[in-house]
Write a protein that binds this ligand. Structure first.
Ligand SMILES: Nc1nc2c(ncn2[C@@H]2O[C@H](COP(=O)(O)OP(=O)(O)OP(=O)(O)O)[C@@H](O)[C@H]2O)c(=O)[nH]1
Ligand SMILES: [Mg+2]
Length: 478
């Protein structure tokens, strides 16, 4: 076992002790009007840079003895002694910081100008602009967070409902990592026993039997399978559902969007072809983040702008988790309706028969015949009738019961899911090897691969390219 484990541990340690010599800086709060804005620095020079720019009301210089204390004063441009802003400043001494490096945070006024000018100064006086996610990347490389926890940070920031927030928080607390480590420990035990049997066959070490290996392999297989089962629910919680509203012009699609959002987001008129572009908004339906997408009415048109809108609507259909098809009950089925029926036939969809407050010209039975397996909800969106039924149907369709069972660990991240799929495949091959009495060293290859696959979730065995990809998806300043 020594060689490959030491190679992995060595490369990991190299990452850990890698000297990230330059000091990075970024605006860590959202840009816009706000009470407070924060400019943050991390790295060896952060205290020195701060001291070039900060003048305290009561103290001349910030020193390490001010660790974790807020100090009041001004940021002053050394070139011309111009006061840039009145601030509070905090120095945090390594290693007990987010990045495990020396950090300085400057709390200034939250307008675009003060944060921008303070950032410009800290860059001018010795720091460089942080890359997206670089603070968290340093926290990872310096061993403060593992990779799954680091990924939870960005999920937490982007969480759209309380439930998805809770799942991210659990992951940040390390619950997923613990689960993964538990499985990897079983694998490590298996590997250790196999290695001992191979390396010291003549010594009096109790050899692991194939039965014992199989039993452990099956436990691993089952545990991975259980985690994978949560991935669909996890994805919905994290990314939400894409629900595309589809229908011919004037059936009430934009009215539906507004009714779901309970605000007048989209323009509604009685002129067919009102909506020409995609309108997307999030709404929280009992913990499920639902991205509702209003589209241009589907029809053949010579109007260039409208035509682009119709093409976009059709593109959205491919990405949709759910199609809400709207039909107008006060008119007969038209050619365009048949097009919509064709699209929804083989897709996860809910059908709304709208404008039922008007005299009915629609043959509902015909619709039922054309799409027999679809739930048809009768609505009068203009009077708010049927919206609750639609919401219930969505809930029922995507998750019957509780979306988040207490103490559940959910796989929310596609990268984790893919690693688990690989790990499951490798342990499955390992078990096949065991049951067909393959030589131990062959079996060991599969078990090691499974161990490595899982290690990529926690970041224990992960390449620089994957790290770069993960952190590039972060926002700057985190
Ligand atoms: N009577 C009645 N009118 C409705 C109902 N729902 C929507 N409307 C009206 O139908 C017209 C068209 O509504 P929209 O929501 O703009 O329809 P749309 O499908 O978005 O239309 P396009 O954007 O042109 O594709 C408006 O005048 C609405 O007030 C309903 O349930 N009953
Ligand atoms: Mg519209």
């Amino acid at each position: 076992m020594k060689n490959w484990v030491s190679v992995i541990i060595f490369s990991f340690m190299k990452g850990l002790v890698r000297i990230m010599s330059d000091t990075i800086a970024a605006i860590s709060t959202a840009i816009g009007e706000a009470g407070i804005g924060i400019v943050r620095m991390s790295g060896k020079e952060s205290l020195d840079i701060a001291n070039k720019l900060f003048k305290g009301k009561k103290i001349e210089k910030l020193t390490e003895s001010y660790n974790r204390r807020l100090v009041y004063g001004h940021i002053i441009d050394p070139k011309n002694s111009e006061i840039i802003d009145e601030v509070l400043i905090a120095f945090m001494k390594e290693p007990y910081t987010y990045t495990r490096e020396n950090m300085v945070e400057i709390y200034c006024h939250g307008g675009i100008i003060p944060v921008r000018r303070i950032l410009d100064l800290v860059l001018e006086y010795g720091s460089r602009l942080a890359e997206p996610g670089e603070f968290t990347k340093r926290a990872f490389l310096n061993g403060r967070l593992d990779l799954a926890q680091s990924e939870a940070v960005i999920d937490l920031i982007r969480a759209k409902t309380d439930k998805s927030y809770k799942v991210s928080l659990d992951q940040l607390e390390g619950n997923l990592s613990k689960k993964i480590e538990e499985i990897r420990n079983i694998l490590l035990e298996m590997i250790a026993h196999i290695e001992a049997s191979i390396d010291f066959p003549e010594e009096d070490i109790e050899e692991i039997t194939y039965e014992e290996l199989e039993e452990k392999g099956r436990i691993v297989y089952e545990k991975i399978g259980k985690l994978l089962q949560t991935a669909d629910r996890g994805k919905i919680l994290r990314d939400g559902l894409n629900a595309v509203i589809l229908g011919k012009p004037n059936v009430g699609k934009s009215s539906l969007l507004n009714a779901i959002l309970r605000e007048n987001r989209a323009i509604v008129t009685n002129i067919p072809g009102t909506t020409r572009d995609i309108i997307e908004e999030y709404v929280n339906i009992d913990g499920i983040p639902l991205k509702v997408i209003d589209t241009a009415g589907i029809r053949t048109t010579d109007d260039i702008v409208e035509k682009i809108g119709v093409d976009r609507a059709k593109e959205m259909v491919d990405k949709a988790d759910l199609i809400i098809a709207v039909f107008d009950a006060s008119n007969e089925l038209t050619e365009e309706d048949y097009q919509i029926i064709d699209i929804v036939k083989n897709r996860k969809s809910i059908v709304l028969l709208n404008k039922t407050d008007l005299p009915n010209k629609y043959d509902e039975n015909l619709l039922k015949e054309l799409i027999p397996d679809k739930e048809i909800i009768v609505t009068s969106i203009i009077s708010g009738i049927g919206i609750d039924r639609l919401e219930n149907a969505i809930k029922k369709m995507f998750y019957s019961g509780n979306l988040l069972v207490e103490s559940d660990i959910l796989i929310t991240n596609l990268r984790h899911k893919n690693q688990l799929i690989k790990a499951k495949k490798n342990i499955e091959e390992g078990i096949n090897g065991i049951t067909s009495n393959m030589p131990l060293d062959c079996i060991e290859v599969d078990i090691k691969n499974c161990w490595k696959n899982l290690g990529e979730i926690s970041g224990d065995t992960v390449g620089e390219d994957i790290l770069d990809k993960i952190f590039s998806e972060f926002c700057i300043g985190k």
